[in-house]
Design a protein. Sequence first.
Length: 265
Amino acid sequence: MVNVNGVEVFHWNPRRRWTQHPLGRYLPKRGRVNNFGDMLGPAIVRALASHLPNRAGGRRLLTVGSIMHFARDGDVIWGAGINGKVPIDFIVARDLDIRAVRGPLTAEVLSQLGMHVPDVYGDPGLLAPSILGVVRTPTPELPIVALPNLHDIREWRHLPGYFDPRVSYRDVIQRIADSEQVVTSSLHGVVIADALRVPVSLVRPGHEDMFKYEDYYEGTGRRLPRVHDSFVSAIDHPAETLRWDARPLLAAFPYDLWGTDPQSS
């Protein structure tokens, strides 16, 4: 949890185990996972709310990530999505203040659970480069970035252009901005590449459900593109470049959590 001017912003960033062996549960945990995509939510909220007054005792805000199963009654949702690996029964909250969700697949599930979901879609990660002042600067020295999903790191380490998704989110965004093409199994590898209009190819993740990828693409008015089974295949087939209007998602940002009229922000 990150506190931004008195508002708690939830994001997924657990401590890592030393080993996945069953005995690992009895060992002290080490540092945080720090997967770059999961760090974007607090960073974006902090940038948008930096000039807003402190609001002690406010509600929680859930934004970037497949984190709907962590929601509690009374939470505010701005761009979060459902995790296809997690049973729907794990979504126990029913009284949510939903301003936007990642895509229509998430909206459909939440609607079936009896919640009101506005027709405002988009992953707030799409706003990160512009909010953080990063622009595309491709260089011949970085023709390809190979950015794995967090759980695919071991299988991707040997690939040309490999970049660790656990480094600073600013470093990941800048590396994508400097590249001529991104090959990735990370949802937010796609999101950031899209935001910077860098050609991107999606490789099928080894440990993720495709729900969040479909949800994201449909939330930006597209169908899920070809999903490649290998890095080599992906290099030659980047997806179409994103054309998307960020204004509805920005307009849905919950400035009122800080006691502020959105029109004056």
